[in-house]
Ligand binder design. Structure first.
Ligand SMILES: *Cc1c(COP(=O)(O)O)cnc(C)c1O
Length: 391
């Protein structure tokens, strides 16, 4: 029999759970795009997007997913023949680097593997070795969604400054924004990219590039009109925000999502994500005591609060995902970019999630482990409940 009928839970690291309030706002007739409410609404997004990134600098809005923001950010500051340094801690930063390579950029990569954060000393060596200063930008991912590692972005700025290297610091916060604290200005980040369908709780389709004046000054000579961040961040040119028709319904949805974050309070949103992540970790620490399961990132200080990657042994990752979906209506994330992929799974706990949802995920995984006879330590749900109980 299946117990999956009822409301499903897509517990993957994006798209995340869409709040009813966001969906309701999107269910409307097409608004006037030439004047009126939509223009005021778009203008109102800008200060809130800056507040979430903790920056006073600029933000450009694009129609497209996170990959569009990757290309937009690169297109403004690097051109064929330039060099970037990629600090890879999983599939996503490697992917951003591949996109740079496709644009004719020379890509230098330090690969820290699939279960560790960026090591600052290796980064320092690479910068120190670049005597001619040919590295124009450093690409790093705040939270790599494939491994669930969280990197010390402020540490990268410290190293750049210590070495006296002028490269731009570019960060991908697609998974982390609105889940893990990020401080663009205080941490000295020059360019940051994100998208709307993860911590920002809006159906996939719009993405963002935040950039400071230093990055703008380093802009390349020719930028395609579609990606040019100047036009898209200029409030006097509404049409150029979007380079064509505005993503009308997404803007309404995003407005509501940003209101939800404002009403809860950004620091409270971060605290909720931290607590729910600790709940997930507490369960897996127990399950890992016996059998094949383990948290992909050993050090809690370098674990994301938005997503958790689990190593389960091949083919347990796939078996468990299939069981949870077919028997219980819970969809877990695939072992993206991992080998063998069926040995891994991921839990998205980003955005519109709360204690009962996370306890439901963990209880369902417990049932799946039992049904599939996958070995596991005892007491995981008690441990998780204790974390919730002390909130
Ligand atoms: C989801 C994600 C991306 C890709 O975003 P898309 O919207 O799927 O293009 C890139 N980087 C990170 C860290 C992500 O989590």
């Amino acid at each position: 029999m299946s117990l999956a009928n009822g409301r499903g839970y897509l517990a993957i690291p994006g798209p995340s759970v869409m709040p009813e309030a966001v969906l309701r706002q999107m269910h409307r007739a097409s608004p006037n795009i030439y004047e009126g409410e939509l223009h005021a609404l778009t203008d109102s997004l800008v200060p809130d997007l800056k507040a979430i990134a903790k920056t006073d600098q600029n933000v450009a809005i694009y129609i497209g997913n996170g990959h569009a923001a990757w290309e937009a950010a690169l297109s403004n500051v690097v051109a064929a023949g330039d060099t970037v340094l990629v600090l890879a801690t999983g599939r996503f930063c490697i992917g951003w680097g591949e996109m740079a390579a496709d644009l004719g950029v020379t890509v230098q990569t330090i690969d820290y593997g699939d279960s560790a954060a960026i090591d600052l000393s290796q980064f320092e060596e690479a910068l120190s070795a670049d005597k001619s200063g040919k590295i124009k930008a450093v690409l790093a991912v705040h939270v790599d969604t494939s491994t669930s590692v969280k990197n010390d972005i402020a540490g990268l700025r410290r190293v750049l400054d210590d070495v006296g290297h002028g490269a731009l610091l570019m960060a991908d916060c697609i998974a982390s924004l609105g889940c893990d604290n990020f401080e663009m200005d205080a941490w000295g980040v020059d360019v940051m990219v994100s998208a709307c369908q993860k911590g920002l709780m809006t159906p996939a389709g719009i993405s963002f590039v935040w950039f400071n004046n230093r990055a703008d000054a380093a802009r390349v000579a020719r930028v395609s009109r579609y990606w040019d961040w100047r036009a898209r961040s200029d409030p006097d040119y509404f049409f150029q925000y979007f380079g064509g028709t505005a993503p009308t319904h997404h803007l309404y949805g995003l407005r509501t999502a940003l209101d939800l974050i404002k009403d809860e309070g950004l620091e409270a949103v971060f605290a909720r994500h931290a607590k729910l992540a600790q709940t997930v970790w507490a369960a897996f620490e127990c399950w890992s005591q016996e059998g094949p399961l383990s948290l992909n990132i050993a050090d809690p200080l370098t674990r994301s609060h938005a997503v958790t990657a689990i190593s389960a042994g091949s083919p347990n990752g796939d078996l468990l995902r299939r069981w949870c979906e077919e028997k219980a209506g819970l969809t877990l994330g695939i072992g993206l970019g991992r080998t063998p992929a069926d040995a891994f799974f991921r839990i998205g706990h980003m955005g519109h999630v709360n204690a009962h949802m996370i306890m439901g995920v963990l209880g369902t995984i417990q049932a799946g482990l039992t049904a599939l006879d996958i070995g596991h330590g005892k007491g995981a749900l008690d441990a998780a409940a204790r974390v919730i109980a002390t909130a």
